[in-house]
Design a binder for this molecule. Structure first.
Ligand SMILES: Cc1cc2nc3c(=O)[nH]c(=O)nc-3n(C[C@H](O)[C@H](O)[C@H](O)COP(=O)(O)OP(=O)(O)OC[C@H]3O[C@@H](n4cnc5c(N)ncnc54)[C@H](O)[C@@H]3O)c2cc1C
Length: 258
């Protein structure tokens, strides 16, 4: 049975650790709960927001005047080289599973704190690999028609940091099939370690953040490089600071506001 709570702090559900209260808040642990929550919100003519791990979200201090549905459906299984992952599965868990099963293609995601739903929505990328590179299909719930559908990758309109899900807010990601390849476990492990070490060395992981927040649209030098060249590293507004370690990150030094 799904519990709908009132006045839940969003700061506790975002990696920025910023955000006022959600008027209503629930956790959907399976697709039936999720569909029930959406139908209830629609019936009450209430706005709703789908939240994954909250690692790519900046919530207002004013909070959210509607229902926040946190996705925690976490079923994960492997069939040959295909990983079937529900939207609430953490990327980290897929990295671990693919390592264990000697499957390659997911190493780039080591250290990214999001869920499958959030990664499909924003076509999360790192080290020149995008989520869409490994997606075979996405199962969605259309809140307009109240129907469940499967979208093949080509229907998802993936581009860098873009997808159909960013354009059409009626589509909620329920699960995805990821296609990996058989690999060498030693090499997979080595790459995962390298990715994690890179993040540890170059990213401000001690502070709350939402990762690197700028998109490089020009094809020129990375945004972080340009920000650094402008001498903005360490610039602070209230408790929000351009990280001294990586200029693409804005970190919350304690009391940042939104
Ligand atoms: C330390 C750190 C490092 C990071 N490194 C990277 C990186 O290297 N590359 C990168 O691209 N990002 C990075 N990020 C950002 C973030 O982790 C990813 O974009 C992640 O995939 C977002 O997933 P999430 O579950 O946290 O999504 P959330 O932040 O919860 O949601 C993001 C958006 O997706 C929508 N959404 C979430 N789930 C669903 C769903 N099931 N159906 C429909 N919409 C949904 C939400 O409504 C919201 O609009 C980093 C963040 C941090 C804090």
């Amino acid at each position: 049975m799904m519990d709908i709570k009132e006045n839940i702090s969003l700061a506790k559900h975002t990696t920025f650790k910023i955000g006022g209260p959600a008027k209503y808040f629930c956790i959907a642990r399976n697709k039936e709960d999720l569909i029930k929550a959406v139908k209830k919100a629609k019936e009450l003519k209430m706005t709703f927001f789908i939240l994954g791990k909250g690692s790519n979200v900046l919530a207002s201090d004013k909070g959210y005047n509607g229902l926040v549905i946190k996705i925690e459906n976490c079923k994960l299984k492997i069939e040959n080289c295909n990983i079937h992952a529900e939207a609430g599965v953490k990327l980290e868990d897929i990295v671990k599973l693919s390592d264990k099963k000697s499957l390659t293609g997911m190493e780039w995601a080591a250290g990214i704190p999001g869920t499958v739903g959030g990664a499909v929505y924003g076509n999360t990328q790192a080290f020149d690999v995008k989520m869409s590179d490994i997606i075979k299909s996405v199962e969605i719930f259309d809140t307009k028609t109240l129907k469940i559908k499967n979208l093949l990758k080509k229907k998802c309109q993936f581009l860098a940091k873009k997808s159909i899900f960013k354009k059409n807010k009626n589509l909620i990601i329920l699960s995805a099939i990821l296609n990996l390849k058989k690999g060498n476990r030693k090499e997979i492990k080595k790459e995962i370690e390298e990715r994690l070490n890179y993040r540890k060395k170059n990213h401000p992981w001690r502070f709350p953040s939402a990762g690197s927040v700028f998109v490089n649209k020009t094809g020129g030098p990375p945004s972080a490089h340009l920000i650094e060249k402008c001498g903005l590293k360490g610039t602070k507004v209230g408790g929000a600071k351009v990280s001294e370690k990586h200029a693409g990150f804005i970190v919350n030094t304690g009391k940042a506001k939104a």
